[in-house]
Design a protein. Structure first.
Length: 310
């Protein structure tokens, strides 16, 4: 139940998208960690929004500052979106075929389950890289927020964590990551395909405009569903020692100390990242998928001919 072409298409598309949106991801993480477990009104606001955050970081740390952890982001996106797009459709068709007579039938419950399951697989596979990415992005020699981890690069980060905490340390916060991605993935692809079908019913033709509009709808819904567990995940990943015992403990301490809206810290930079990221990922995936099918359509028959000759 796996599509190789969709995995490759998803990975390539996600890398293109993350290059454009990574600065907003850096701002989002720093805003989520800003004022961690401090009472409201007692926190200095270094980063006040997506554009202000990018401006402050570039001013103090240069372009390198907003692109901290980009290498880990590429690896994570290849694993996450490759699995998400590679497993989703085969799983959906397989489960739909079990419960209905027609595998092409669209069932919302099955779609959401397959979206969540494929996302959870990708999140588990890429969790160590997201862990190091979060710590690299949160580090600032000028305006630090949260716990600071001074890694030279991604490999140094992975090495330090493994030496200090072993494999378990590399998978710190994986539960939150799986919940976060499960939330987002359960709605991303189903919402995308739902919006796409609705727009086609209204006469919008297959093409870039359809992909763009459907992706925008999907991106907004994803951000709304995914942001609270994303904030919890950032804090679990960035903690030193055992400040939080787990997802529920982190959620409880955050709301009790900072108020319920603390779990939506960094929402605007997240939206500024996720909207173009979703648009680019899903639109590029559509185009890359078409290209992959064309390539496979030309190469596979040639290989079959050569095999038959032998």
């Amino acid at each position: 139940m796996f599509s190789r072409s969709a995995f490759i298409a998803g990975g390539i598309a996600a890398c293109g998208a993350v290059t454009a949106t990574h600065p907003f991801e850096t701002v989002k993480i720093r805003m989520q960690l800003q004022g961690e477990l401090q009472n409201k009104g007692h926190t200095q606001q270094f980063y006040k929004g997506p554009l202000h955050g990018v401006k402050v970081i570039v001013k103090n740390e240069g372009l390198r500052g907003v692109y901290r952890g980009i290498g880990c982001a590429y690896v994570y996106q290849i694993l996450l979106n490759g699995c998400r797009l590679g497993f989703y459709e085969p799983m959906r068709q397989g489960l739909t075929g079990v419960f209905t007579s027609d595998a092409s039938t669209q069932n919302p419950a099955i779609n959401m389950f397959c979206g969540a399951a494929s996302g959870v697989i990708g999140a588990a596979a890429g969790s160590p890289f997201f862990l190091v990415k979060t710590r690299l992005q949160s580090y600032s020699p000028f305006l630090p927020v949260g716990t600071q981890h001074n890694y030279r690069n991604a490999l140094d980060g992975l090495s330090q964590i493994y030496r200090a905490e072993g494999v378990r340390g590399l998978y710190r916060g994986v539960g939150a990551a799986m919940i976060r991605t499960g939330f987002g993935s359960s709605v991303q692809l189903p919402t995308y395909f739902f919006a796409k079908r609705r727009l086609m019913n209204f006469g919008v033709e297959e093409g870039p405009a359809l992909h763009l509009a459907s992706s925008a709808v999907s991106g907004f819904v994803v951000c709304c569903f995914m942001h609270p567990p994303d904030t919890i995940m950032s804090r679990l990943y960035n903690q030193n020692g055992n400040l939080y015992k787990g997802v529920l403990d982190c959620l409880s301490k955050t709301i009790r100390t900072e108020g319920v809206f603390a779990i939506y810290k960094g929402f605007l930079p997240h939206l500024a990242r996720i909207l173009p990221h979703t648009i680019l990922t899903l639109s590029l995936a559509e185009q890359t998928n078409k290209l992959m099918r064309k390539v496979e359509g030309r190469i596979l028959p040639m290989l079959e001919k050569d095999t038959n000759r032998l």
